[in-house]
Design a protein around this ligand. Structure first.
Ligand code: AMP
Ligand code: ZN
Length: 138
């Protein structure tokens, strides 16, 4: 299914041009217009899924191998030392385009600092409590 109002549906299916680095029957991989580092790419399924919770299982099973393929190619070709696979779900998590996508962000020695999180602290009791809460939602 495509969503007529979705820009990533149009990009993934070639209706809007993009800088494409890879394409197959299920995915298009494009360069991000606002790259966090040189080569920052986005893996877009051609079908519309709002986020990871909506993703078809067969498509989901192909996303990580494709992320590994693109990241490995970046290490060989761009000389990055590593890469991040990042995937945001929901506005509160930083998702701005509501068509599932996986970021592939090359990381270079001496490259730009990309903010992560500051590790917090949690007691064993707090960890046990939150684990109980999560289990109730499964
Ligand atoms: P997210 O915040 O995870 O939803 O990521 C959306 C990403 O899409 C951002 O990194 C944007 O820079 C990128 N983006 C938005 N529109 C376009 C576009 N037309 N072509 C390429 N990248 C885009
Ligand atoms: Zn879409």
């Amino acid at each position: 299914m495509k969503d007529e109002n979705c820009i990533f549906c149009k990009i993934a299916n070639g209706e809007i041009p993009s800088t494409t680095v890879y394409e197959d029957d299920d995915f298009r991989v494009i360069l991000d217009l606002g790259p966090a580092s040189r080569g920052h790419a986005l893996i877009l399924p051609k079908e519309h899924f709002a986020d990871v919770c909506a993703l078809d299982e067969a498509i989901a099973a192909k996303v990580l191998p494709l992320g590994a393929k693109i990241g490995s190619a970046m290490k060989r070709s761009l000389g990055c030392a590593g890469f991040n696979l990042v995937q945001n779900n929901g506005e509160a998590a930083g998702q701005t385009v509501f068509h599932f996508h996986m970021h592939v962000i090359p990381r270079y020695e001496d490259g730009p600092v990309i903010a992560g999180w500051t590790p917090g602290k949690a007691s064993p009791e707090e960890l046990a409590q939150v684990a109980q809460e999560i289990k109730k939602g499964l």
